[in-house]
Design a protein around this ligand. Structure first.
Ligand SMILES: Nc1nc2c(ncn2[C@@H]2O[C@H](COP(=O)(O)OP(=O)(O)OP(=O)(O)O)[C@@H](O)[C@H]2O)c(=O)[nH]1
Ligand SMILES: [Zn+2]
Length: 194
């Protein structure tokens, strides 16, 4: 956790809330094993929600001019997020593809950083997919962007409907990918390659 993040998160408030939850479920927050739990959970939430205090657009302040106007795909980017309905994790992989325009390309790590930052907020899978795609559209003005996200939601696994193994796939196509199913299929075949 960075200094800036901890200064933007009310750690004491989270600690109080966690202590109250422990009391409410019938636990004794004063027993030895739980004494430091509110503090640990507060630090954990600050880390898991640090994306609320970051703007992924900043990652694209530096771009390169490479004369490459063909597909760029970073696939299998692992991410961990928190479902905004239940505050339990959902996690999986994101695949981020774009076709540059006028040779404007971003550092590859910036695509993964964007996924990481957007995921570290209370989220919906659809919104992660859309925000990542829109960030690239806004910052690189590419010919098109195609983002595919696959995830397992713990709120469907460990509670409620209890369907471990069920995967949710979301995708967002922008620019040339919207109309061009051949280009989308090209990306999908790259994603499926071992
Ligand atoms: N669209 C979408 N739904 C999600 C996501 N994560 C969790 N959900 C769903 O959010 C819904 C919340 O539904 P509610 O009926 O308000 O809450 P609930 O009674 O806890 O729902 P159940 O999970 O069906 O027990 C559930 O259907 C979850 O599966 C997500 O990323 N996207
Ligand atoms: Zn949920």
């Amino acid at each position: 956790m960075t200094k800036e993040i901890s200064s933007q998160v009310d750690i004491n408030k989270i600690q109080t809330a966690v202590k109250m939850i422990l009391e409410a479920v019938g636990e004794n927050p004063s027993r030895e094993g739980l004494l430091d739990t509110p503090k640990r959970v507060a630090k954990m939430y600050a880390e898991m929600f640090e994306g609320l205090h970051k703007d992924p657009k900043e990652y694209f302040e530096t771009v390169f001019h490479e004369g490459h106007d063909e597909v760029v795909l970073v696939k299998d980017i692992p991410f961990f997020s928190m479902c905004e309905h239940h505050l339990v994790p959902f996690y999986g992989k994101a695949h981020v593809a774009y076709i540059p325009k006028d040779g404007v390309v971003a550092g590859l790590s910036k695509l993964a950083r964007t996924v990481e930052t957007v995921a570290r907020r209370p989220q919906l899978q659809e919104r992660i997919t859309d925000t990542v795609a829109q960030t690239l559209m806004d910052m690189l003005s590419p010919q098109g962007v195609y983002v595919v996200v696959e995830a397992e939601h713990m709120c469907m696994t460990m509670r409620g409907i209890k369907k471990p193994g069920a995967k949710t796939i979301t995708s967002v196509a922008k620019g040339v990918f919207e109309e061009d199913s051949v280009k989308r299929n090209e990306i999908l075949s790259f994603i499926q390659m071992p």
